[in-house]
Design a protein around this ligand. Structure first.
Ligand code: PLP
Length: 413
């Protein structure tokens, strides 16, 4: 008799984006004349840049010839890519990462979801609230999150991010074993300055806390004083794992490639407190057992992002999305709406007018102007009263959505 993992039964059946899709479809059926504009998409929309597709074509050709065919690659990723990562993403910032500390993967979701396997199930965890749901759900699956009580998991420390604290979570006043930080942040679009991130590293070193730092939106950072990597902070190699992804950087959501850095200096302690163990060694063991590498074609595609043409082309697409963000920021502010983020991240965190609930405002926006957003409460209790707009759409759609919203709001809703 196979018994199920009952922790899975604690997970909510409904998935935020499935709920949204259902409501949008219902609207479309009853309003066939309205052209619905989605500002809720969390996926990129612009195609891959030419440098990337050319590299992929070359890789496909290599695969078709016996002498250049590639079968299983190294589990940590090909050296050509890991060397490009170390040389381009870290060295220019004065960070020395060895290629043995870089693990190429099929995207950051897998690794942020799987990383919990190499630490005990009963570690305490901390997450910002609102949060990227993967961090919590992956911990629910192994029992680490505890039980759900009034919309909160019993073993999760929620670190509220609100307008009152500028969406910068307060450092906990007690010890937490593992903390997930995502900056630039999804969903709030806010960032941490070097000074703010330094406090987290200090806390982690003082409390022997493991920081899981998701830098999936690093490429969207525009302001000079915002750290691109947690390793820009001294001591971070002793307390942090960093996740990067080419998904939002270069439109790789359908190609699948990213990487995780697990420094050799990073250790965790055994239960008896007698031994410190290198997490790099455990993650390597985990990956070589359960992961067989990212495709050669995807890794050649990723390598091409670091060429001069690749860099230029990728930057252009990011400029395009950030142009959308700037346009929406300006328009929403002109409408008198409180809005955050959107400067160093492709997300805008929008306060609903007059304290209307997230879902209520979602429906008002959909039914009044045919615009789709993402209800903030779907990312956690502190998201109530907010909605998320993304900058991943077309320019014309952003303009049209802002026009419709402006007219609707000035007519008194
Ligand atoms: C999109 C996203 C990722 C990237 O996921 P991939 O699996 O690399 O496509 C990681 N973290 C956050 C917070 C994201 O929004």
């Amino acid at each position: 008799m196979a018994l199920v993992n009952e922790h899975y039964l604690k997970l909510s059946n409904s998935y935020l984006f499935a709920d949204i899709a259902r409501k949008v479809n219902a609207f479309k059926v009853s309003h066939p004349q309205t052209r619905v504009i989605s500002l809720g998409i969390g996926d990129v929309t612009q195609p891959l840049c030419p440098a990337v597709t050319e590299a992929m074509h070359r890789a496909v050709d290599e695969m078709s010839v016996k002498s250049t065919f590639h079968g299983y690659g190294p589990e940590r990723g090909y050296e050509f890519l890991r060397e490009a990562i170390v040389k381009n993403d870290y060295l220019p910032r004065g960070i020395h990462i060895d290629i043995s500390e870089v693990f190429v993967n099929d995207g950051a979701k897998s690794d942020t979801g799987n990383i919990g396997e190499i630490v005990r199930w009963d570690n305490s965890i901390g997450v910002t609230d609102p949060v990227y749901p993967v961090y919590i759900d992956s911990n629910v699956m192994c029992g680490r999150a505890g039980t759900l009580q009034n919309g909160r998991w019993s073993n999760v420390n929620y670190l509220p991010c609100t307008a009152a604290n500028g969406f910068v979570p307060a450092i906990p006043d007690h010890r937490v074993d593992m903390i997930y930080l995502c900056y630039p942040n999804n969903p709030t679009g806010t960032v941490l300055t070097k000074e703010q991130l330094r406090k987290w590293v200090r806390y982690a070193l003082d409390n022997d806390t493991l920081i899981l730092f998701d830098a999936a939106y690093e490429a969207y950072i525009h302001d000079d004083d915002i750290p691109h990597s947690i390793y820009e902070i001294k001591g971070a190699k002793k307390c942090a794992i960093e996740f990067r992804s080419y998904s939002k950087t270069a439109g790789f959501t359908g190609v699948r490639c990213g990487y995780t850095v697990v420094p050799k200096e990073l250790t965790a302690v055994t239960l008896d407190g007698k031994q410190r163990v290198e997490l790099n060694r455990l993650w390597d063991r985990r990956q070589s057992t359960k992961f067989n590498g990212t495709s050669y074609i995807s890794q050649r595609a990723a390598e091409a992002i670091y060429t001069p043409e690749g860099r230029r082309q990728v930057k252009e697409v990011i400029y395009y999305y950030m142009g959308n963000a700037a346009l929406m920021l300006e328009s929403l502010a002109a409408m008198g709406i409180e809005v955050y983020g959107g400067r160093n991240a492709p997300y805008l965190w929008v306060k609903t007018p007059e304290g209307v609930g997230s879902w209520k405002f979602f429906e008002q926006l959909l039914y009044s102007v045919g615009v789709v957003c993402t209800p903030g409460v779907g990312f956690g209790p502190s998201g109530e009263g907010y909605v998320r707009f993304t900058a991943f759409g077309n320019r014309e759609d952003c303009q049209e959505a802002m026009k419709r919203m402006g007219e609707w709001l000035s007519s008194g809703r």
